[in-house]
Design a binder for this molecule. Structure first.
Ligand SMILES: Cc1cc2nc3c(=O)[nH]c(=O)nc-3n(C[C@H](O)[C@H](O)[C@H](O)COP(=O)(O)OP(=O)(O)OC[C@H]3O[C@@H](n4cnc5c(N)ncnc54)[C@H](O)[C@@H]3O)c2cc1C
Length: 479
């Protein structure tokens, strides 16, 4: 175990990708599960705060410590077992998404969740129930976690295998690996029926593993996980489709979702007019009359790829006169070009935020599919009304937007915050969520109240108490 007391040696661990900054007394880097058990047991006895650190790519300050000790999982970085027959991969918690993809390349199997940030770890992805572009077809991290090994705040271990421990209605009662009984009641929450990552996952008769996925490290330290893999498609056709009208893009979007048999994309990602304007700075040859763009991917086979391309062309030509400008990808280099288009955008936005020396203010809200156009127009009208600079992109297949407000001074920031709250309220009033993938962390706690009543948030606190009576682990996240 490595312990560092000098702040200069652990400054990088006091922030995450949101730039929110915390403070801590020391950094601990354990090398095995027994050390983690010892650290947590002592923390509970002495009431020391412990904050679990993954790769720090989170966007809500959830790995940022507010005092106490940082527990970095960086030594838990091994891929342990690949079972081709069962199509599973057992990994330690600090294995990065990129490493999993590289390891499986050429195996004929793949791990479906693909957050844009490839340096994020499985532990962090479980912490936030991370999603990615492919969530449109495959769902989020939750669906692909078969088993987790956890160390609880008391220092006891708990192995949770999907399908083994269920709530009886809204009541849980089960034993840790060492035989200690844990029981608690779940609040009766009606979660929004959209992609959702705000607060604990609650369902009647739910599986215990689902409570830990998306718990933002508040219930235990995940040391390892078994991942479910799927067969890789033989071929993937990628395309950036450019649109020259607002209605054309939204009509395309609603119609493509009905083409299950013919096109059936696995991802649909959106870029608004301001995204396009920013991207023109680094990416050449974007058609001049582009209003919006969509990045889509369609799974196909060698035999069918020409037919898939023709179907896409014919379908697209009904909605945009820029159909002949579509960028198509079939081989790895071409796919990289499209992924680069997507990846450049957050970087360009971060550069602007840096230039304006203001905090990032970005939504992570999602709404039911039938309200996607209405919700988008609502946001844009508000930004224009308030004369705020904005860039909107996101996982539009899931009606999930990242609307980034770029403010230039304190006054604008204050106004932008009001607009931001308005946008979240609107999402909730349409049956949506305030966070579809980034979680609540420390930065979005005040907004959780837009979604849930105090009574429900109190119910979350009681779950936490059942695992962590001294509130030592990841204090400050969610509530
Ligand atoms: C450019 C960019 C693009 C992004 N794109 C996406 C995207 O497409 N989809 C998406 O969902 N997110 C995205 N994110 C956000 C981020 O990558 C995810 O939230 C990711 O899951 C964080 O992983 P991490 O390893 O960096 O975790 P951290 O930021 O270190 O931690 C996140 C949370 O998980 C907890 N945690 C970490 N390890 C463990 C563990 N072993 N046991 C228990 N709890 C643990 C932490 O305490 C914290 O609460 C993006 C971020 C950036 C900067």
């Amino acid at each position: 175990m490595i312990v560092k007391h000098n702040k200069n040696e652990f400054e990088d661990y006091l922030v995450d990708a949101s730039s929110y900054e915390g403070f801590a007394d020391e950094l601990i880097i354990p090398e095995n599960v027994d050390e983690i058990k010892q650290i947590l047991k002592e923390a509970t006895v002495k009431s020391h705060k412990i904050t679990i650190s993954g790769a720090g790519t989170g966007l809500t300050g959830s790995r940022v410590p507010l005092g106490g000790k940082i527990l970095s999982m960086e030594r838990f970085n091994r891929i342990l077992n690949f079972d081709r027959e069962r199509k599973t991969l057992k990994v330690e918690s600090f294995v990065r998404i990129e490493e999993i993809a590289n390891y499986l390349a050429g195996s004929g199997l793949f791990y479906p969740p693909n957050p844009t940030e490839k340096l994020s770890t499985i532990g962090g992805n479980i912490g936030n129930n991370a999603s990615g572009a492919r969530t449109y077809k495959y769902g989020s991290t939750r669906k692909y976690i078969n088993k987790i090994d956890v160390v609880l705040p008391t220092g006891e271990s708990l192995t949770i295998k999907r399908g083994e421990i269920f709530a009886n209605g809204y009541n849980f009662e089960f034993c840790t690996n060492g035989g200690t009984l844990i029981s608690f009641e779940l609040p009766k929450v009606q979660m929004p029926k959209v992609k959702h990552a705000a607060g604990y996952y609650i369902e009647q008769n739910m599986d215990l593993i689902d409570l830990f996925i998306g718990a933002e490290g508040t219930l235990g330290v995940v040391t390892g996980a078994e991942l479910q893999l799927l067969d890789s498609p033989e071929e993937v056709l990628g395309a950036i489709v450019f649109f020259d009208s607002h209605d054309g893009m939204f009509d395309f979007l609603s119609e493509i979702k009905k083409t299950d048999e013919i096109i059936s994309p696995r991802l649909i990602e959106f870029f608004d007019d301001n995204s396009i304007m920013l991207l023109r700075g680094t990416i050449p040859h974007i058609p001049k009359t582009t209003v919006y763009a969509l990045w889509i991917e369609i799974e196909t086979s060698k035999e069918k790829s020409d037919e898939t391309l023709t179907n896409l062309y014919l379908f697209t030509s009904q909605f945009t006169s820029l159909v002949d400008d579509t960028w198509v990808a079939l081989n790895e280099a071409e796919h990289k070009r499209l992924a680069h288009f997507r990846h450049e955008l957050p970087l360009a936005v971060y550069e602007k935020i840096h230039q304006y020396k203001q905090q990032k203010l970005g939504t992570d809200s999602a709404v039911p599919n039938e309200f996607v156009k209405e919700y988008y127009e609502y946001m844009v009208n508000l930004f224009k009304q308030e004369q705020l600079e904005y860039v909107i992109w996101g996982h539009i297949g899931n009606s999930h937007f990242h609307a980034n407000i770029l403010t230039k001074n304190e006054d604008e920031f204050r106004r932008a915050k009001d607009v931001y709250v308005d946008i979240l309220r609107r999402a909730v009033s349409l049956g949506g969520t305030i966070s579809a993938e980034h979680g609540i962390g420390k930065l979005k706690k005040e907004y959780l109240k837009i979604l849930y009543s105090e009574e429900i948030i109190d119910g979350f606190r009681k779950i936490k108490e059942a695992f962590d009576s001294k509130n030592v682990l990841n204090d400050g996240n969610i509530f």
